[in-house]
Design a protein around this ligand. Sequence first.
Ligand code: 5GP
Ligand code: ZN
Length: 116
Amino acid sequence: ENPAVDPDCIFCQIVAGRIPAEIVHESDKLIAFRDTSPKAPVHVLVVPRQHYRDVRELAFEPQLMSEVVRAAEEIALQEANGDFRLVFNTGASAGQSVFHVHAHVLAGEELAEGAL
Ligand code: 5GP
Ligand code: ZN
């Protein structure tokens, strides 16, 4: 179910350093890097180093899930005023296009305009 690495996965390749990314935060379990098509002034993806397909799988690892949220908090404090939006697109029909779980951390001015 959870192979540590999927050789066809673009985010596994970023984790492995085989594809470059602008990394803004790292720990032993996670990396965070800028989205190449930013949808907000701050748009960072928080990605567990291990390959999980989506947040439904990540939910079985509550410690890691918690670390994702704490990383988002640190990034938003580092790069904006500390407020942030956390988005997990889950499944193709919800807009997920990369099937290695990632939290979109969106922050910066103008964010309230697009609030749900
Ligand atoms: P999803 O649509 O799966 O929720 O989000 C995937 C995100 O990954 C998109 O916002 C897309 O811009 C971003 N993305 C796709 N490929 C790359 C890449 O190679 N590098 C980086 N930094 N972001 C990527
Ligand atoms: Zn992966």
